[in-house]
Write a protein that binds this ligand. Sequence first.
Ligand code: GDP
Length: 297
Amino acid sequence: SIEEIEDKPEDLKSRAPIVTVMGHVDHGKTSLLDYIRQENVIAGESGGITQHIGAYGVELENGQKIAFLDTPGHEAFTAMRARGAQVTDIAIVVAAADDDIMPQTKEAISHAQAAGVPIVFAINKIDKPDANPEKIKEGLAQMNLLVEDWGGKIQSHDISAKMGTGVKELLEKVLLEAELLELKANPNKPAVGTVVEAFLDKGRGYVSTILVQAGTLKVGDYVLAGKNSGKVKAMHDERGNDVVSAGPSTPVSILGLDGAPQAGDKFNVFEDEREAKQIASKRAQLQREQSVRTQRH
Ligand code: GDP
């Protein structure tokens, strides 16, 4: 069945935080995500992350992990929320130190607040001669957002996404914030999670990136995602490596669904392939009926 069974406290294990980067256009969201992606080197693996699959995981020197949604901007965040998906644990709000607090900075803040997601500020572009990070912090204080240097509780760090300055410390602050959240999930059950993106690849068929939120997804599992279903034929991580199982807070791209589910669709694993298929086709039918109805109006 699709209902989730409640976990016993002893089954819960700590999991990595899932982070979204938001902020005003041109303030450096993509640069920050790119820097983190390129610089991360998991033990025994040289080189950064080459594939863009909509989400990636990084491991810091101390072995702690963070999962990033690699879709900068709050459009993806709000689109997912509109579909009922709450994926993000922590929001990094990027604000350029050579600019003011801009409308989309404010929007990003209010989206995170509305979702009850803690914010860590990344005051960016401090390598620029006209950068004035204190001005940003003052602006935040005027919005009743007191960062730590201003006597408040909100974490912020001055960075240069371009040079990489302060990025490591920023991620340490994200992990500190994550510790307070005591994020946990049960890895020992069928996987549940959310679709991040999906597309049709000419050679490989439908490729869906999903974020496992609880349980463990395995190759061979029957998956229902939105109005699509199928047996997981293969899974890959953001480095293009084959993966046989993916636990909580792990993004993976999977092959085997019969179509492309939408970003924000929930996915579940079913024991029975037919049951997954039936629910998927029922949903597809409902959607067709709905679109016929809207066309008539
Ligand atoms: P986004 O729209 O928020 O994703 O912003 P981008 O990451 O695309 O950055 C916008 C522009 O600012 C690009 O030209 C970047 O090279 C530049 N930029 C981003 N971060 C920094 C930084 O730390 N220092 C400097 N000097 N430029 C930056």
